[in-house]
Design a protein around this ligand. Sequence first.
Ligand code: PLP
Length: 434
Amino acid sequence: MKYYSTNRTAPIADLHKAVTKGLAEDRGLYMPETIHKLPREFFENIEEMSFQDIAYNVASAFFGEDVDLDALQEIVFDTLRFDCPVVKVTDNIHSLELFHGPTLAFKDVGARFMARLLQYFIRMDGGEERVNVLVATSGDTGSAVANGFLGVEGIHVYVLYPKGKVSPIQECQFTTLGKNITAVEVDGVFDDCQALVKSAFMDKALNDHMRLTSANSINVARFLPQAFYYFNAYARMKRQCNGRKLVMCVPSGNFGNICSALFGHRMGLPIHRFIAANNANDVFYNYLKTGQYEPKPSIQTLANAMDVGDPSNFARIYDLYGGSHEQIAALISGATYTDQQIRETMRECHAENGYVLDPHGACGYRALKEQLQADEVGVFCETAHPAKFKEKVDEILGIDIAIPDRLAAFMKGEKQSVAMTKDFADFKAYLMKE
Ligand SMILES: *Cc1c(COP(=O)(O)O)cnc(C)c1O
């Protein structure tokens, strides 16, 4: 499969290059030249298939031309060692719980899949030289990437995070792992971490010294595998739909998750329409209304993993529909909620249905509740386990939510990190000795 850049001026790449480089030379995002439709028989029997088997079929359509099929199957099965249940919340609203992975984040799937695909390509190259992944995090991405890459031979990961700015639960998810994961605690804010990573990629001496790559969410190997979730959701919902049309609602920040669902739709997945639910960061919502895309600085909200003022995957969605606002607005509707509305929604859903929403999922639930028609059935993504936002959820709902064992286990480990200033010269000097 060939991959082109959404900016259309970079050379065409193969999957190997798209995965190892992440971003194209013209700073555009890689798009596959062809999106294969899955055969009708696949959808006829999908409800009989397991999550892993469904995902393997989807992965073959995306990556089967470039990856040996046995290896691909092994990568998919290794990535999906957990369940992805659809839970009924009301008569016509269901929660697709994307948080049953190793760090209880939906980003676990993309992170692990990318780690294993990168390893596959490194081995093909002979695998002599260590590949170093740099990732800046404000919390969740770092834990998913660190755990996804943990123990993957030939790759070392440096997670840069702002000192004192991530929650204790998040911090221990990437500082206690050891092995091929190094946590770098930067005396600064998230933007400083991101600036250090960007400078590193541009520094010639450093790139001559070591092979560097990024595990950013724009990487095709990180965002495309999220489509597995949506095929699985359809399979689990197929019988319950009973003639009603299926609406998929995705709480969105950088729009990678919903973008993978739209790729699924292009492959023939029978989802009638989509809703992109936002917090107060309403750039996409405004685009749907006006046809103008006007990025803004991000606003801090309760649903902080969605605090994005210039969603990077907008470029992919725009490209997927040939830049047609009409087509995009016909398939996707928007929603935007204030923190006060998020709180209200969490309280209301808990009181009426006994279901505990996290602040991100709350945006999705509310958008369905407000927009679902009588002949439709809705599924929203619950993107985070509510215990990951324990302080907020407990305070809003007046409960004491239990921390799952898997999360508690990280908290028993010993924190190890490298202290770093926000000066690039210091970070470079450190890496030059590695
Ligand atoms: C990353 C994240 C999102 C947003 O996903 P995008 O793919 O960036 O749109 C939503 N909720 C949670 C909990 C997340 O971690």
